[in-house]
Design a protein around this ligand. Structure first.
Ligand SMILES: *Cc1c(COP(=O)(O)O)cnc(C)c1O
Length: 452
């Protein structure tokens, strides 16, 4: 049959709607969805007549898979084979089981979100994680908002609207998704006063910039890059001393939200929330979904007097945290009462600190399950991601899939669930450090169908 003949031979929409299998599809699917799916299936058949369905059963299968595609949620689960643990594009930290359970409990019914049960009166949502945050970090007071960017805007707006915010030129960083510290500072109405140079800033640079107009001194953690060579910056402790001497608050934007030291796992140099507070910062800001390993949130920790002013700032209402976040954050924070529990139960920490032996065993089992010569176990380097420990390489194990890299990467990504792999030097790697052991069998199936 010529192409033109094949095209002419395509069934009509109404004929397809009358077939037995499409009629049964209509019993459980809205008609409009089925008609759309039929149109798309016919379009595809017109574009590629040689692979068009040739009998009723094939048409029904093609239409039904179009319907499934349309019914798929936009936001869905993927397998992270990138080896980047806190991958911003893949949703950063996976939540601990306790946090998921807490969300389910709060989401399903009513809660005391803004209700004081003991007094039987209106309460405040801001009380919920505050005590736990104080206990875990030694902070005098704590406030949770939507994310760290919001936390930063709020604190700057509160402390320096119309006044000077002094910051080192070496810390005017971009965090990703075009979130730039200088632009955020400008938005908050602070007058940015830059001191020092890109590579070197001294305590005298800050001292000379302090005046009656100073609202705040800002220290921004260089979370996503490092500079080396002829460099100097002022420690949080020295800056805190200077700030206190002039009666000016010091804001330390930490970003990462590390709550336990990971030194023993070769991840050092990132200050914990308590370190930053002990160094003397008046206020510290950080994310909930980076190294903390909880939900997206912005944590503001520090002086009671300053947090009182932040709470009264009308902008706070615009960045207010929702109940599901509070539920997940509280459950995640509670795990930090015991360091071993935190390292085991918080997926981001568990993945970062996992020994390499079990990863290799899992990789070998997956290779056996796939049963194809093109899949091999190789050494790999995983990384922290999410703007923390930017240069740290974590020894890891990956599956290397031989063949046409771009094609294999695309096929892995088009599967269900999608597997997001890493392509390096023309090689496709699926890093096991960021794959949950429970998903190994599913990963094996996905790889098998991608190389079929
Ligand atoms: C990531 C980061 C932020 C922004 O945090 P979000 O929670 O993504 O808004 C701010 N400051 C620093 C230093 C960061 O690393």
């Amino acid at each position: 049959m010529s192409t033109a003949d094949a095209r002419r031979a395509l069934p009509s929409v109404s004929a397809l709607l009358e077939t037995e299998s499409v009629r049964s599809l209509l019993e459980r699917t809205p008609r409009a969805l089925v008609v759309d799916a039929i149109r798309r299936t016919l379009d595809a058949a017109r574009r590629a007549p040689s692979s068009a369905p040739s009998n009723d059963a094939d048409w029904a299968a093609a239409i039904s898979s179009e319907v499934s595609r349309a019914e798929q949620p936009s936001l869905r689960r993927v397998l992270n084979g990138t080896g980047v643990v806190l991958h911003t594009n893949l949703g950063r930290a996976p939540l601990p089981r306790a946090a998921i359970d807490a969300i389910a409990r709060v989401a399903a019914g009513f809660s005391n979100l803004e209700y004081d049960i003991a007094r039987g009166a209106r309460g405040s949502r801001y009380t919920h994680c505050a005590a736990l945050l104080r206990e875990l970090t030694g902070a005098e007071d704590a406030l949770v908002v939507n994310n760290c960017a919001a936390a930063l805007v709020l604190v700057l707006d509160t402390l320096s609207n119309g006044r000077d915010a002094i910051v080192s030129r070496g810390e005017l960083i971009e965090i990703g998704g075009s979130f730039r510290i200088p632009e955020i500072m400008a938005k908050s109405g602070a007058r940015l006063v830059e001191v020092g140079t890109t590579n070197r800033t001294h305590v005298d640079d800050y001292r000379r910039a302090i005046s009656a107009e100073t609202g705040v001194i800002v220290k921004v953690h260089r979370s996503n890059f490092e500079i080396a060579g002829f460099v100097a910056d002022v420690s949080a402790r020295d800056l805190a001393g200077l700030a206190a001497g002039h009666g000016v608050p010091l804001l330390h934007d930490l970003g990462s939200g590390l709550f336990v030291s990971l030194d023993e796992f070769g991840l050092s140099g990132e200050p914990t929330a308590s370190d930053a507070l002990r160094a003397g910062a008046s206020v510290v800001t950080m994310s909930g979904d980076k190294l903390l390993g909880g939900p997206q949130a912005g944590l503001i920790l520090g002086s009671r007097a300053i947090l009182e002013r932040v709470r009264k700032n009308p902008l706070t209402r615009s960045y207010r945290v929702d109940k599901l976040t509070l539920a997940a954050l509280e459950a995640t924070l509670a795990l930090y009462r015991d360091r071993t529990t935190a390292l085991r139960e918080i997926p981001a920490l568990a993945q970062l600190t996992m020994a390499i032996g079990p990863l290799r065993e899992r990789a070998e089992a997956i290779v056996r399950a796939v049963g194809a010569a093109s899949v091999a176990v190789v050494d790999s380097d995983a990384s922290v991601g999410g703007g923390a420990f930017p240069t740290a390489r974590i020894p890891s194990i990956a599956l290397e899939i031989a063949g046409r890299a771009e094609e294999i990467e695309r096929r892995l990504r088009s599967g269900e669930p999608a597997v997001v792999a890493r392509v390096a030097d023309g090689r496709v790697l699926v890093d096991l450090r960021t794959i949950f052991a429970d998903d190994d069998a599913e990963l094996a199936r996905c790889i098998r169908s991608a190389i079929a």
